[in-house]
Ligand binder design. Structure first.
Ligand code: ZN
Ligand code: ZN
Length: 174
C-alpha cells in the first residue's frame, strides 16, 4: 500500500501515528520466492519537525517461509523491521532530485511494500537451519536424512553430486 505524505511535507509540526498493513505476500529475490506467512501491523510514526525534516520511524515483524540450507524444508523465520529515517524537507521539496532519498519514497508517496521488501532483504538471515543438528539430504538419492537413513553408499558420491556434498561438508565443519 502507499501512504500520501504531502500533508506531512507541507504542514509544520504535523504528527501522526498510524497502523498500516503491507500488501506484500511474497518475497522474491535472487535467492528464490518465499511466502510471507505472518505480518504484524506496521506502526508508523510521522512527524514534521519545524518544517525542516520529516521523521519516519516505526517497526513491525514479518514471518517469512525460508528454507533450511541443508535439507531444504520450510523454516518459518521471524524478521524484525525497524525504520528510523529523517527526510530533509528542503532538498526534497525544492529539487525534484530524489536520488539520495530512500527507495521507498516515490514523489510524495511512501511505498510501504517497497519499504518492507528492502528491510527483509537487509535483515535476511545468513544461515537457516531447521534444527541445529540437521542431517541434510543424501547426496546420492536426495532423501531427507532427518526422516531416516537410506542404503546409499555415500563414500563414492556421484560426481555430479560431489560439488554439492562439498558444500554440505563445509556446513558440517561450522
Ligand atoms: Zn534441515
Ligand atoms: Zn540415499
Amino acid at each position: 500500500m502507499k501512504i500520501e505524505l504531502n500533508e506531512f511535507f507541507s504542514t509544520i509540526g504535523k504528527e501522526e501515528r498510524i497502523s498500516v498493513n503491507t500488501d506484500l505476500e511474497l518475497f522474491e529475490s535472487k535467492l528464490g520466492s518465499f511466502q510471507i506467512t505472518e505480518k504484524a501491523p506496521f506502526e508508523l510514526h510521522l512527524l514534521n519537525q519545524e518544517g525542516k525534516t520529516l521523521l519516519v520511524d516505526g517497526e513491525t515483524d514479518v514471518t517469512v517461509n525460508t528454507v533450511c540450507d541443508r535439507c531444504l524444508t520450510d523454516v518459518p523465520t521471524s524478521i524484525h523491521i525497524t525504520i528510523d529515517e529523517a527526510l530533509d524537507l528542503e532538498t526534497m521539496g525544492v529539487t525534484e532530485d530524489e536520488e539520495d532519498g530512500p527507495a521507498w519514497l516515490e514523489g510524495s508517496e511512501l511505498d510501504l511494500d517497497k519499504m518492507v521488501y528492502d528491510e527483509i532483504l537487509v535483515n535476511w538471515p545468513t544461515k537457516v537451519l531447521c534444527r541445529e543438528n540437521c542431517k541434510g539430504i543424501c547426496s546420492v538419492c536426495g532423501k531427507n536424512l532427518n526422516l531416516g537413513t537410506c542404503s546409499c553408499d555415500r563414500s563414492v558420491p556421484d560426481p555430479r553430486m560431489a560439488a554439492i556434498q562439498d558444500i554440505f561438508n563445509q556446513f558440517k565443519e561450522v
